[in-house]
Design a protein around this ligand. Structure first.
Ligand code: 6PG
Length: 466
């Protein structure tokens, strides 16, 4: 009995294999299953000096696990997840735990959770962030499901996760599909931050006519200050990278059409349902879509002409740009947190927003120095919106004017800054006592008798306008 495996992994692609090897490094006896003999061979090779074994036999995989069993699948989201669940059901006992570690849509997770609960099997939807390297050396993980079942895997997940100030970058997120929901929002934030950094690149390359090396140096400098983040770090690397044996900097030879697996789009779709205003994320999704319309862009360039250089002092502009990046990144995170706040209420996820920020401080793709500020802000359990926090708002007050400067210059030079602009527009609306939405209400009532409320009297009103 003592010798049984404490954790099983289904799907031994790079992510599954790396996470299993990470567990073995931390002293856990673990096992992996894959249909492919080759993947099992890889695991057995890489894990030959560890407490890891791989098999292509599902039954022996299951019987080698200590009960209640903890089994994670890292397989492509969608039908395969359901197929694996169906294969597992006859082999499992009540009280066993299945964890879906992929990027499944949270509504699928919700259904699987209910379906398996009827059978007495626990199900966790767990977002894992950090890519292949994160899985191997410390990811950020977002598990959601039955709180009691979490106890079985807590020591393993805490041991293998990234650590910040000795705190593990994993915690029980909440019931049902909350883990996958939080990971989805993480990815929405990821999309917006990536687009924001790409816009800064465009400003430096087209607007300031800077070289790749100069641009890389700026990202590197920023990464040493308050903009420190994983995305900033890898971006500065990218601007130096030459493929082995090649003299060209690779970034200039990559097609400008951004692909997506869909998690950013899901975030926007869900934000609309929750009525959370996430225009930075929506815009980032739209820009990936527009980037794919290369034919139209080439044709439009012939008709309308392209962006121009910005005639400005480079040094002061770059100072503005750094502050504008800080401002817009803060707004992006604020929108993600706004969405989590709404989901917590609407979907009964009872999210602890401070905990969400805490486990994003390390291991994940959106890890950044600013997450410490978010973590501190949401220690105040009454805080509803990040931009209303005293410490955050003083930083926002100090940077929004810089964002105005760079956006104004870019607009004059026809350089597109959709996410910078979305962040600023959101902010300007957010801090407005009175939005022009009274006019929208009047128009709705005019053409459709949709009624309106008044500022001077209680009640619901309709007017015969013409
Ligand atoms: C992570 C990443 C990861 C994946 C994205 C890519 O947190 O480790 O978010 O989940 O790289 O889903 O998404 P796109 O292919 O849609 O850009």
């Amino acid at each position: 009995m003592i010798d049984q495996n404490v954790f099983g992994m289904i799907g031994l692609g790079t992510m599954g294999r790396n996470l299993l090897l990470n567990m073995a490094d931390h002293g856990f006896k673990v096992t992996g299953y894959d249909k492919s003999e080759e993947q099992v061979k890889f695991l057995n090779q890489e894990g030959k000096d560890t407490n890891t074994t791989g098999t292509i036999d599902l039954k022996s995989f299951i019987s080698s696990l200590k009960t209640p069993r903890a089994i994670m699948m890292l397989v492509p989201a969608g039908k395969i997840v359901d197929a694996v669940i169906q294969d597992l059901i006859p082999l499992l006992d009540k009280g066993d735990l299945i964890i879906d570690g992929g990027n499944s849509h949270f509504t699928d997770t919700e259904q699987r959770f209910s379906f398996l609960r009827e059978k007495g099997i626990h199900f966790f939807g767990m977002g894992i962030s950090g890519g292949e390297k994160g899985a191997r050396f410390g990811p950020s993980m977002m598990p959601g499901g039955d709180e009691k079942a979490y106890d079985v895997v807590k020591p393993i997940l805490e041991a293998v996760s990234a650590k910040v100030n000795n705190d593990p970058c994993v915690t029980y997120i909440g019931p049902g599909a909350s883990g996958h929901f939080v990971k989805m929002v993480h990815n929405g934030i990821e999309y917006a931050l990536m687009q924001l950094i790409a816009e800064a690149y465009e400003l430096m390359q087209t607007g300031l006519k800077m070289t790749d090396v100069e641009i890389g140096d700026v990202f590197k400098t920023w990464n040493n200050g308050r903009l420190q983040s994983y995305l900033m770090e890898i971006t500065s690397d990218i601007f130096q990278f030459k493929a082995p044996g090649d003299q060209k900097i690779l970034i200039n030879y990559i097609k400008d059409e951004a692909k997506a697996k869909g998690t950013g789009k899901w975030t926007s779709q869900e934000a609309m349902d929750l009525q959370a205003a996430t225009n930075c994320i929506d815009t980032a999704v739209a820009m990936r879509d527009l980037s794919k319309q290369k034919k139209w862009r080439l044709a439009a360039d012939k008709i309308y002409g392209d962006a121009r250089a910005i005639d400005i002092n480079r040094e002061s502009f770059l100072k503005d740009l750094e502050a504008a990046m800080y401002f817009a990144s803060a707004v992006i995170y604020a929108q993600g947190m706004e969405m989590l706040y709404k989901a917590s209420e609407e979907l009964n996820y009872h999210l602890n927003l401070a905990d969400c920020a805490k486990i994003w401080r390390g291991g994940c793709i959106i890890r950044a120095a600013f997450l410490e500020d978010i973590y501190q802000a949401f220690q105040n359990k009454e805080l509803q919106h990040l931009l209303l926090d005293a410490a955050v708002s003083s930083k926002i007050k100090a940077t929004h004017a810089n964002a105005r400067n760079i956006i104004a210059e870019a607009v004059r030079s026809q350089i597109s800054l959709p996410v910078f602009s979305a962040a600023l527009s959101y902010f300007d609306s957010f801090k407005t006592k009175r939005m022009p939405s009274n006019l929208i209400q009047a128009q709705r009532d005019y053409f459709g008798a949709h009624t309106y409320e008044r500022t001077d009297k209680e009640g619901i009103f309709h007017t015969q306008w013409n």
